[in-house]
Design a protein around this ligand. Sequence first.
Ligand SMILES: O=C(O)c1ccc(O)c(O)c1
Ligand SMILES: [Mg+2]
Length: 674
Amino acid sequence: MSVEVSSTRSAASPEPAGLPRTSIATVCLAGTLEQKLDAAAAAGFDGVEVFEPDLVASPAAPRDVARAAAQRGLRVELYQPFRDLDSSDEERFERNLVRLERKFDVMDELGCDLLLVCSSPLAAAVGDDDRLCEQLERAAVLAERRGKRLAYEALAWGRHVNDYRHAARLVAAVGHPRLGNCLDSFHVLSRGHDPAGIADLEPGSIFFLQLADAPAMQMDVLQWSRHHRCLPGQGNFDLRSFIRAVKAADYRGPWSLEVFSDILRHADPTRTALDAHRSLRYLAELTAEPGAESEAAMPTATPVVAGRSPRASAGDVVSVRVAAGPVMAPRVAETLSHIGFGLQGVDSETGLRLYRDSEIAVVVDPTAGTVWSAPGIPPDMPTIAQIGLRSDDPPAWERRAAAFDVPVAPVRAPGSVGARTADDVVRLEVTDTLAIDLRAAVSAAQWRERFDLVPRHADPTPHLYTGVDHVGIGIATADWEGAMLLLRSVFDMRVDDGLDVPDAVGTMRTQALTMPVDSGSELRVVASMVPTQLDTHGLLKRPGGLTHVAFSCDDIYAVAAECRSRGLRPLHIPDNYYADLQARYDLSDDFVERLRPLGILFDADERGGEFLHFFTETVGEDLFFEIVCRRNGYRGYGEVNSPVRVAAELHRRAAEAGRGPQSLGDVAADLHDR
Ligand SMILES: O=C(O)c1ccc(O)c(O)c1
Ligand SMILES: [Mg+2]
């Protein structure tokens, strides 16, 4: 290994007050060991865990690795893992102690005094606690002789020891100063163990802390751990409670990321390390809240944290920009007119077309490759390119983004020249094809300047909608983790458990994210992972669509009827659906007969919440609109009905393509319409 210093300490923004020492396991990062060190240092980490297979595969001697780390300003915090120390075969155990000595030799060269010893998953693992304590003690005595310390970690799949509380009891029983605990959030939370017990561990007994998040999954815990861990803020674990307990135990060591992930294994290590460091800052902020003492899992706002830029206020969604391209723009416009959005103006410069209902603006971009549309979006695939939120203070969002090293692109307010003003839009890019804009209230004068307004009487705005209920976005697999982290950190969005939604064209991983907004309501984004099969433009064509805007209304029957009169062809929802719905919820005939002719779908939750909704056809390959009505605090998205929508869309397309004789669904539709 070259010992050149190929990168210096972070160019990133200064570390916020309250951020503990940071570390990352080399297993998190792709590349050679040298590249891993480069990436960790460039991202601003203070240290690394050296993952043994990374060292074994490296041409560099351990002392060269130590030098390379030191020159990059990195401490070697821990060497790991030492597997299967204990054994019910005493001869094997003696050999393990010899192996342990060889690892101490390596650690001498690495300049590292802490070794992770994980519990054994082997059949020969010691099942008797007293005997296990004896073996751990012998290892601790050896460690002391060599100036080393052992951090004992309960693997979730350990044969006998698979619970941190069990491991901690053993550590306490041995009572040797060279033996302590290694706490790994994955092993604790994947098994559903209550992290609160961490707070009761003996002061100083926690030698090391490993952090990982993971998506909620029902699967073998070893596979889950080895393939699907992710960075804090990218999964569904309650790391807040975990960290709260760790802080209560007065742990003073580094926060170290240990993320085994198939995705990160193939990702650019520099980018991963930046995301990783950002994830620790997110976690530090999340757990530094004064409200962290309260049991509430979801605070309504993030108070100021020393040295940080608190989340700025945000209002409701006020605009959505659809990159439609020249071919599909008229189709999008037609669909919008069916659901009551009238053309309000045209930007003579860019051709942008502004459609409105009430306070909601949908801007359709008919051109390709402008700043308004995502480059590379094919003309037959209109998609949501930008979501606009109202903000009292867009520049505060810019500062907030900077605190997480997220670049922002300030966009001038229409008509403004000279120095930047609070009217300028702050644009955060969630992915290459989707941005969130924060904008101050734009004055009517500015709108007038920008758009040649269509005379009002030409198409009066009907005021059908009360706002945007949620926005559905598709995120490519490769962008998923980064987008989640951005939405969770900068926007402080909260997640529930993710969902897998099966439909006619596959099973979709979805994640709902919510953020409180000024009105006291919440902003809702539903992200779906767009897997595999990217087309030549890097975007997925998924029959049935994915990307959508859901508008909320009070009287969905009236709105549905109005949309019909404006030319909406609702998707044909089969009778089987209504028969099943009636059986599932014990609905009255009258109720079902109000839904059926209007193609309205229904869902209800256990607490009496109700959700009524209907959809437009998919425009192009991806985009559709939804009209929803929430009642009694319903918190979902009607996701059980998603497969019905997709199937209805496929039937429609098959019929339109005129494939052979009419499909079963078309026959039924005809019968129904008679
Ligand atoms: O998957 C493993 O074997 C493994 C090894 C070391 C760890 O710290 C861990 O959490 C898991
Ligand atoms: Mg671990």
